[in-house]
Design a protein around this ligand. Structure first.
Ligand SMILES: Nc1ncnc2c1ncn2[C@@H]1O[C@H](COP(=O)(O)OP(=O)(O)OP(=O)(O)O)[C@@H](O)[C@H]1O
Length: 218
């Protein structure tokens, strides 16, 4: 499903370039739920951004569902990005839209027809059914993160990329949110790749990949 092959990625550092990831290989099977761990600055977010088409590698291939996304032109790459579910630590909700519109926004962009009942059922599973008319600033951190999850899932993503999705929630809330995320991905056969600093959360997924010395292990 996800094949990262011999990927090299560097960034400009003053006059020279600094390699962040070097000859990195990673193979993720269909429906697998993978945690990405590693020291701060090791390149976890960089890897997620490469897989999500937000960055392009210097060399190597990233094959998603049989297609090498590094060969995409800008239009195809933008379409690919829109087809994913992405969840970040900062919820990236649109402050002027209510929860219902935030949840349905991405799917609408992708012309996915959503019955209001589908939205309500998912919102209710996520415990935000009574918040559909609220604005993001009226929600707690955990509720905002659930809105992000609902938005990502309603987009029927091929792949769900989550970068520290529970970074600013307490341990109990984090566990709850990740458990919901796992259940939904399992039910809808969506691959989950999640960056986390928590070994505990990492251990709750199918597999743990460690980024170290610019490569992926595990
Ligand atoms: N926009 C940028 N410009 C220059 N260097 C960057 C940029 N973004 C990240 N880096 C560098 O790339 C390296 C990898 O960063 P990345 O964010 O992928 O690490 P990470 O493992 O996700 O870290 P953390 O756990 O602290 O979030 C770091 O050395 C970082 O300083």
């Amino acid at each position: 499903m996800v094949e990262v092959q011999n990927v090299v990625f560097s960034r400009r550092d003053g006059e020279s370039r600094r390699e962040i990831l070097s000859d990195l290989n990673l193979s993720i099977g269909k429906n697998e739920q993978v945690a990405v761990v590693g020291d701060s600055g090791s390149g976890k977010t960089t890897l997620i951004h490469l897989i999500g088409g937000l960055l392009r590698p210097d060399s190597g291939s990233i094959i998603i569902d049989g297609q090498d996304i590094t060969k995409f032109n800008d239009t195809a790459q933008a379409r690919y990005r829109r087809s994913l579910g992405m969840i970040f630590q900062h919820y990236q909700l649109l402050s002027v839209l209510n929860v219902y519109d935030n949840i349905t926004f991405q799917a609408q962009l992708n012309n996915i027809k959503l019955a209001p009942q589908t939205v309500k059922t998912l919102a209710s599973r996520l415990g935000i059914a009574d918040k559909l008319n609220a604005l993001p600033h009226q929600l707690s951190g955990g509720e905002q993160q659930r809105v992000g999850i609902a938005r990502a899932m309603l987009n029927k993503p091929l792949l769900l990329l989550a970068d520290e999705p529970t970074g600013n929630l307490d341990a109990a809330k984090s566990e709850e949110v990740v458990s919901l995320l796992r259940q939904l991905c399992q039910e809808q056969s969506v691959n989950l790749i999640m960056v986390t600093h928590s070994q505990h959360l990492a251990n709750s997924l199918d597999r743990k990949v460690t980024i170290e010395n610019k490569r992926a292990y595990g």
